[in-house]
Design a protein around this ligand. Structure first.
Ligand SMILES: *Cc1c(COP(=O)(O)O)cnc(C)c1O
Length: 388
């Protein structure tokens, strides 16, 4: 027995240290990381600015409590609000917790307007987390199996289908739309360019909140701070986590306008949320992304990867589609391909397969061109061999 619960199938490898986009295993063998711990380590591994911030803060103070002012937390809120067009921030420790805060906020917003049986519109194929409420909001029946009764108050519609949302315009119980600008776990599903704008308009017409889950797409990965900024859309509530502190656990729920004032003293909280250590790490991440122009690098190198794959895989019937925005890249095959993950590992490359048939690449934002070439060649060779 391993001593661990069996909720993960783990690959037979463990890493000891990392540097930039590379990881080293117990035997000192090096692997190129094209997954970043699932969109977490945007600055790669052991980034000196993050390490330095954590070391400094560890020598000062790890935790006091939200009963007191926490200086780095306030600094982080001010920075994130400026970057995301929001007014207020709540900090927690994970993506699921950020979405829980957003869901509670939306329900409170409804209650304040006399809606006691609030409904939130969510999407088929969505992923919002593993806690009961976020699982209930998730559009994947497989991961809900065995966990009923789930949380009420979510109505599901097809993704990228404005009419399906429009059909709820006369439902007075609806308080919000919760949507990923691009579905990550769902298979790097990119909606039509006017989709978010149309959802924004429906929210304005009906006094609904637009909540964007940018937990996977945010913090530079899309080529801008937020993916919705690609479409010029300002959400009322934005959730962040994964890439925000490069591996130190943190989540954030940001809000603007009316939504920014909904949570009042006593209505929500977190013991660890917004602690000085996590906030210092996040501040170092934001500064580095700004100073090193990493949003722009994600856009440029993401396009380079997309074009490279398009060229290498051009005549392959088994490739259904290549989808990308910045460094969110999905290559959909016409067949299940989970085993490609272990094939890639043998070639010293870390990748992921999601939604059964989609090879998902989420490399660090610091990826350079020679590393991109290595990813293009290795993944293309694997696909060609696998589908031949
Ligand atoms: C990963 C993810 C979550 C859940 O984040 P956790 O930190 O694992 O709780 C929620 N939404 C999206 C879009 C994600 O990619």
């Amino acid at each position: 027995m391993s001593g661990l619960m069996s909720n993960y199938t783990r690959l037979p490898i463990s890493f000891r240290h990392g540097k930039g986009c590379w990881l080293s295993d117990d035997a000192g063998e090096k692997y190129l990381d094209a997954l970043s711990g699932i969109a977490v380590c945007g600055l790669g591994h052991a980034h000196p600015a993050v390490s330095q911030a954590i070391k400094e803060q560890a020598d000062l103070l790890l935790h006091t409590s939200n009963l007191y002012n926490i200086e780095p937390q306030l600094q982080l809120a001010v920075k994130l609000n400026a970057l995301c067009g929001t007014d207020t921030a709540f900090f927690c420790n994970s993506g699921a917790e950020a979405n829980e805060a957003a869901i509670k906020l939306a329900r409170r917003y409804g209650h304040n307007r006399g809606i006691t049986n609030a409904k939130i519109i969510v999407m088929e194929g969505a992923f919002h987390g593993r806690t009961l409420a976020t699982l209930s909001a998730t559009g994947n029946d497989k991961i809900k199996e065995g966990f009923t009764p789930l949380v009420n108050g979510f109505v599901q519609v097809p993704y990228n289908d404005v009419d399906a949302v429009l059909a709820y315009s006369n439902d007075n119980d609806v308080v919000a739309i919760l949507v990923e600008p691009i579905q990550g776990e769902g298979g790097i599903n990119i909606p039509d360019t006017d989709y978010l704008g149309k959802l924004r308009a429906l929210c304005n017409q009906n006094n609904w909140l637009l909540i964007t889950d940018e937990i996977q797409t945010g913090i530079g990965r899309s080529g801008q701070w937020l993916s919705a900024q690609q479409n010029g859309i300002q959400a009322d509530v934005i959730t962040l986590a994964k890439g925000l502190a490069n591996g130190v656990p943190i989540g954030a729920c940001l809000a603007q306008g009316d939504a920014s004032k909904v949570l009042v003293p006593g209505s929500h909280g977190s013991t660890f949320g917004g602690n000085p250590l996590a906030c210092r790490a996040a501040l170092a991440v934001i500064d580095t992304i700004q100073n090193d122009n990493l949003c722009a690098n994600a856009a440029t190198i993401g396009d380079y990867l997309h074009k490279g794959f398009a060229t290498r895989l051009a005549n392959l019937a088994a490739v259904v589609n290549i989808r990308s925005q910045g460094l969110l890249i999905g290559i959909e095959l016409d067949r299940p391909c989970a085993e490609l993950v272990s094939h890639a590992l043998k070639k010293h490359l870390l990748i992921n397969v999601t939604a059964e048939r989609v090879i998902r690449l989420l490399p660090p934002l610091i990826l350079n061109q020679s590393e991109a070439d290595l990813i293009i060649n290795t993944v293309s060779d694997l696909i060609i061999e696998f589908t031949k």
